[in-house]
Design a protein around this ligand. Structure first.
Ligand SMILES: Nc1ncnc2c1ncn2[C@@H]1O[C@H](COP(=O)(O)OP(=O)(O)O)[C@@H](O)[C@H]1O
Ligand SMILES: Cc1ncsc1CCOP(=O)(O)O
Ligand SMILES: [Mg+2]
Length: 265
């Protein structure tokens, strides 16, 4: 696990440029979280420039939280540019299963773009794996077996999947990591999942093995949430303490907290 933890230093040394086409709710929090951790964020939504921005970035995040038709065009153009350059593309299918527009766009992205990794909550991943929609807006109402559904989704969609919740599952359909870090207060602020998708993109940008880089991102993020929670009184102070923890948590502090195991492979 020490090798995995050294990826944090790589992020901070290289400060990868993460191009986010993301939702209106979390744009500011995502940019601040990436900066706090040591990566470099840029948001560029216009279809006129999305491909150009992806072409100079180190990773791309496509997040469908507050979709508009022009944004879909921008996402597809940016995704194609990212694929041409060979940089990682992380897809966050926010609220998929909740409306037919989201469902249609999610499927189009997965068909037309070579997505490196999908990061979603259990309800979103279950929907993409073909189960009934179990969403309450953007939140999961899924009650089933997260490990099983994550593996099924990864196999069916032929990509890596990070399914988050109390336990986080990171899988490519064959190998599996489980991460137990995190705190309930993450469910009381908006954008905890969206920022994780962008943090994962930053780790993918500097790692050579996709799955272990994703596991590192998830584990580090959960450990930072635990540190932040211990210094917080509620969601408001947690949000700012979380940004501080993403900035302050180093490899040593993370390793002490790390609850990450590789189950097979
Ligand atoms: N019950 C929980 N206990 C601890 N951590 C959680 C819990 N639910 C979610 N998390 C953490 O919150 C973050 C966002 O996950 P999640 O809430 O599933 O995504 P989303 O915000 O997209 O719905 C992840 O880091 C996950 O580990
Ligand atoms: C509340 C909300 N509505 C549309 S996007 C969004 C943010 C969702 O963020 P997260 O999935 O990280 O909780
Ligand atoms: Mg989400």
């Amino acid at each position: 696990m020490n090798e995995i933890a050294s990826l944090l230093m790589n992020v901070r040394d290289r400060q990868p440029l993460i191009h986010n086409i993301t939702n209106q709710v979390v744009t500011n929090f995502t940019a601040n979280g990436l900066l706090a951790m040591g990566a470099s964020p840029v948001m560029a939504n216009a279809e006129e420039e999305a491909a150009d921005m992806a072409a100079v970035a180190d990773a791309l995040v496509l997040n469908i939280g507050t979709l508009t038709a022009p944004q879909v065009t921008a996402m597809l153009k940016a995704g194609q540019a990212a694929n041409q350059k060979g940089i990682p593309v992380v897809f966050d299918p926010v609220g998929v299963g909740a409306t037919s527009f989201r469902n249609m766009v999610a499927l189009r992205i997965l068909e037309e773009i070579d997505v490196s990794l999908i990061r979603g909550n259990a309800g979103e991943i279950a929907f993409l794996a073909g189960a009934d929609a179990e969403m309450k807006g953007v939140d999961s109402a899924f009650q089933g077996d997260g490990r099983k559904i994550a593996v099924e989704a990864a196999k069916q969609l032929e990509t890596a999947v990070v399914l988050t919740g109390e336990e986080d599952v990171i899988t490519d359909g064959n190998s599996l990591y489980l991460s137990g870090n995190g705190h309930q207060l993450q469910t009381k602020i908006t954008g905890a999942g969206c920022l994780l998708s962008s943090v994962t993109a930053a780790f993918l940008a500097v790692g050579s093995d996709k799955l272990s880089a994703a596991a590192a991102a998830v584990s580090y993020y959960g450990a930072a949430a635990e540190f932040a929670a211990s210094a917080s009184d509620g969601p408001g102070s947690f949000q700012s303490a979380f940004l501080d923890a993403l900035h302050q948590l180093d490899e040593e502090g993370w390793l002490k907290k790390m609850q990450l195991k590789r189950v097979d492979g």
